[in-house]
Design a protein around this ligand. Structure first.
Ligand code: ATP
Ligand code: MG
Length: 597
């Protein structure tokens, strides 16, 4: 399923990212880098000339003034090289910071455009996890590759040309020495890519256990159940498997490195011997001998640095860079940007299956929701209610059939167009660590917060911002971590409902946001809601049939299908699951008069 990106493809893509972000800066950096690399090579050349001038002066074949000229050239190149070095490092650092900003923006931009269903797929979650890890590696790889191509490569090309002009076999032997090193690096790449692919699911696992132990959300239950040791053991076991995999990879690549280093050292000795022999046979000048002798060391150090250290760490991180690029390539959900008016919502033969799931969560749904109507969806746990509302809002696209949202198939238009006039309070709503006002107004993030609308929304959610629970009214911070207050489950649900109402909408979906609110209160909220929402389409998911009664129609779901649909009276009359459930629950509402039920 996952086709690996080749190294040239990776380089091309990284290049594309740079061009997209910093084209001018990139050109400047490259020009400077090439000049920097050439200055190292020129160093050897001017030293050779200097040594030759000294030798000639000593042997009486030259004049002392020639020495001064050559010395000036040496000083000029050395000084210029230092300036280039400083400027190059400085610009590389700035470049790194800028790219970091750009790449993180890319990650968030991408995550915001993924198809929501992607987040239900463990493979995509892995890629997202790995992408964050891969960003740093990408930057490092970019910096190294740039350095190799624009600084080391010009230097080696220059030195290759220089050595070749002095004695061709010298240039050739230096190239041969590096073949085993390069091969070893290829093997390393394979080892580390495999390691990264095997580690990501393990990392996700142990991070989850870590949360079960320390995170506030899980902590209370873990303590109460006495499950601390249990989770710690799971955490340690997973960590250990990961460490063992890492250790094996390190050992294999370590041994490989040792072998290649020995080979390189032997080659290095060979080159020094060749140089010495060439001098004795009069094939090269004393100056060339001295300059090459002095620079062979630097060349080896640099080649080692490039292949052993730089390419080594890059190949080690190649796996994570691939993950990052793969993440950027996950298909985004796109579609036409049109003004969609919810109007009528029609589901024709709709089935849906979650990624990696064996069976349909909902199957063969045919349903029409009329503008302005209130539809309740009821049914047992796992019947497919939440999945159905995600399909009819266009959040998920059906695997079979069509959902027409105001006449437009949901798979043809952009998610933004679909969601513009829809508000929803999902079963798993968010508790934002922000003020009460912000927690509500976040459903209209682009609009300026309006106090009047806040009060209106709070009233619809049956929330009292002036009560003791909110010491600073809408300005009350809803987070203990930020010196604020915490709310009860029912209060949080009211905040979530107020948030749903604050958003400008033609369609509102409430997926059991009232489970923690007592049944009588829930019925009151829904009744008030039904009175106010006469011109809006509303879909309410509830387990409490007393609340479902306020709806114009009720759809009863059973095992992914709509088992029955009709008004409360029709469904009661026809018997079936609904009548059964209703009679079982009716006793909850005995405080109210039967007519209010
Ligand atoms: N992310 C998921 N991946 C795979 N299967 C899922 C996922 N979410 C839900 N399902 C499955 O789809 C089916 C319908 O789930 P859904 O959440 O729509 O039910 P529901 O009627 O809303 O239940 P509840 O009353 O408990 O909220 C269930 O069998 C469930 O196991
Ligand atoms: Mg549900």
């Amino acid at each position: 399923m996952k086709k690996e990106l080749s190294i040239p493809a990776i380089l091309l893509r990284l290049h594309g990212l740079i061009w997209a972000s910093l084209p001018g800066f990139f050109v400047l950096l490259n020009v400077l880098a090439v000049a920097h690399g050439l200055s190292w090579g020129l160093n050897t050349l001017v030293f050779q000339r200097f040594f030759d001038a000294v030798n000639q002066a000593v042997t009486g074949a030259g004049t002392p003034s020639a020495i001064y000229w050559q010395l000036a050239a040496v000083a000029g190149i050395t000084f210029g090289g230092q300036i280039l070095n400083g400027a190059h490092n400085f610009l590389t650092n700035i470049f790194g910071h800028k790219m970091m900003g750009f790449l993180s923006k890319e990650i968030y931009r991408k995550a915001s455009r993924l198809d929501p269903i992607a987040f239900e797929d463990p493979a995509v979650l892995d890629d997202i996890n790995k992408a964050h890890q891969g960003m740093g590696s990408c930057l490092h790889m970019l910096a190294v590759i740039l350095f190799i191509f624009t600084t080391y490569l010009p230097y080696f090309l220059f030195m290759g040309w220089y050595l070749y002009s002095v004695k061709p076999s010298l240039a050739l032997s230096i190239v041969i020495i590096f073949i085993p090193v390069a091969l070893a690096q290829l093997i390393r790449t394979g080892v580390y890519t495999k390691l990264e692919d095997e580690s990501a699911p393990l990392r996700r696992e142990y991070e989850y256990y870590e949360r079960c132990i320390c995170h506030r959300e899980y902590f209370k239950e873990t303590r109460l159940l006495g499950a601390f040791t249990y989770f710690r053991r799971l955490y340690q076991d997973t960590l250990q498997i990961m460490q063992e995999k890492k250790w094996k990879a390190e050992l294999r690549t370590g041994l490989l490195e040792l072998a290649t280093r020995v080979l390189t050292l032997v080659g290095y000795m060979g080159v020094l011997y060749m140089l010495f022999a060439a001098l004795l046979q009069g094939e090269i000048s004393v100056g060339a001998f001295a300059a090459i002798f002095a620079s062979v060391d630097m060349m080896f150090a640099m080649a080692e640095e490039v292949v052993g250290m730089h390419i080594g760490t890059v190949t080690q991180n190649l796996g994570t860079v691939r993950n990052f690029l793969r993440f950027l390539e996950i298909p985004e959900r796109t579609g036409k940007e049109v003004a969609v008016d919810p109007g009528k919502i029609i589901l024709e033969g709709v089935s849906f299956r979650y990624p990696n799931s064996e069976k349909d969560a909902v199957s063969d749904i045919n349903l029409e929701i009329y503008p302005g109507e209130t539809l309740a969806i009821v049914g047992s746990n796992g019947a497919g209610k939440s999945t159905l509302v995600k399909l009819l809002t266009g959040l998920y696209l059906p695997t079979e059939g069509i959902v027409r949202f105001g006449g437009v198939p949901t798979n043809e238009v952009s998610p933004d167009s679909l969601f513009r006039r829809t508000s929803a309070v999902f079963q798993k709503y968010q508790r934002y660590q922000m003020t009460l006002g912000d927690n509500i107004a976040i459903s209209e993030p682009e609009k300026e917060k309006s106090n009047e609308l806040l009060h209106e929304a709070a009233q619809k959610g049956d929330l009292e911002p002036d009560s003791e629970a909110f010491p600073k009214g809408f300005e009350t911070m809803l987070s203990r971590e930020f010196d604020g207050v915490d709310l009860s489950g029912g209060q949080w649900q009211r905040v979530a409902i107020a948030r749903g109402f604050y958003r400008n909408h033609d369609l509102i979906v409430l997926d059991e946001p009232t489970a923690a609110i007592d049944p009588l209160e829930e019925t009151l909220i829904y009744r008030k809601f039904a009175e106010m929402a006469t011109d809006k389409t509303a879909v309410i998911v509830t387990h409490r049939l007393g609340s479902a009664r306020i709806a114009d129609r009720i759809a009863v779901m059973d095992q992914g299908r709509i088992a029955a649909i009709g008004t409360h009276e029709e469904l009661l009359r026809s018997g079936g699951i609904y009548a059964e459930m209703y009679h079982a629950q009716a006793k909850w509402y005995h405080r109210e008069s039967p007519s209010a039920l």
